[in-house]
Design a protein around this ligand. Structure first.
Ligand SMILES: C[S@@+](CC[C@H](N)C(=O)[O-])C[C@H]1O[C@@H](n2cnc3c(N)ncnc32)[C@H](O)[C@@H]1O
Length: 194
């Protein structure tokens, strides 16, 4: 990653943290992944040469920029899903400033409805939206994930109770090999074996 983009990511992340500390309405918070999580996503995409990348939960596109910069390195593209029109607008502005708008398609609307109609396949899926629906997102994305593809879910240590069903399902599915990586808010990394 070049220094200008790294500095821009740092700027978005800091302003997101400051904004979230002031904002009392949760839906208006940015709720970004941590920089370490961004590095993990970038490394996983780069190492697996993933080109078809899907994100559920865009917010201001902090994580999307990590994904899209990795996609630039692999020659890939990102589809990201977000229901808030205000956040979609902000995400577009940030992606344009990052020089990555042409790598990313933002689909505005309810993620479950968008996913049901979305064609695959995908090599890499990142879940970071409404946690109550992670198991639904698992059902909707797993058939579209290629064997050898990765499914990563955020917040699995910060909200382990809420994600108990999702974690039980990915850890017990014989078609997946899954591990909790204790960085950031906790990332569940699941490899689709077949
Ligand atoms: C934790 S934030 C995403 C943060 C982002 N991945 C990042 O790290 O920069 C979750 C986002 O998911 C969106 N979201 C929540 N439920 C959704 C749903 N059912 N459909 C689409 N987007 C949803 C929220 O509006 C919010 O912007």
């Amino acid at each position: 990653m070049d220094r200008t983009l790294a500095a821009f990511l740092d700027e978005i992340w800091r302003s997101g943290e400051e904004h979230d500390a002031r904002e009392t309405e949760r839906p208006k918070r940015m709720l970004n992944i941590t920089p370490d999580t961004g590095r993990l996503l970038w490394i996983l995409i780069h190492a697996t040469r993933a080109t078809r990348i899907l994100e559920v939960g865009t917010s201001n596109a902090y994580s999307t920029i990590w994904l899209a910069d990795a996609a630039r390195a692999t020659g890939g593209r990102v589809i990201t899903l977000e229901r808030s029109p205000e956040k979609v607008k902000l995400a577009r502005e940030n992606l344009t400033r990052a020089g990555l708008a042409d790598r990313v398609e933002i689909r505005e609307g309810n993620a479950a409805e968008t996913l049901a109609a979305l064609g695959g396949p995908f090599h890499f899926v990142f879940l970071d939206a409404d946690r109550a629906n992670y198991s639904t997102y698992l059902d909707l994305t797993l058939p579209k994930l290629v064997p050898g593809g990765l499914l990563v879910a955020d917040n699995v240590t910060s909200h382990a109770q809420e994600l108990a069903d999702y974690l039980t399902r990915v850890k017990s599915n014989p078609a997946l090999l899954s591990v909790t990586v204790p960085i950031g808010k906790g990332e569940e990394v699941s490899l689709k074996l077949r």
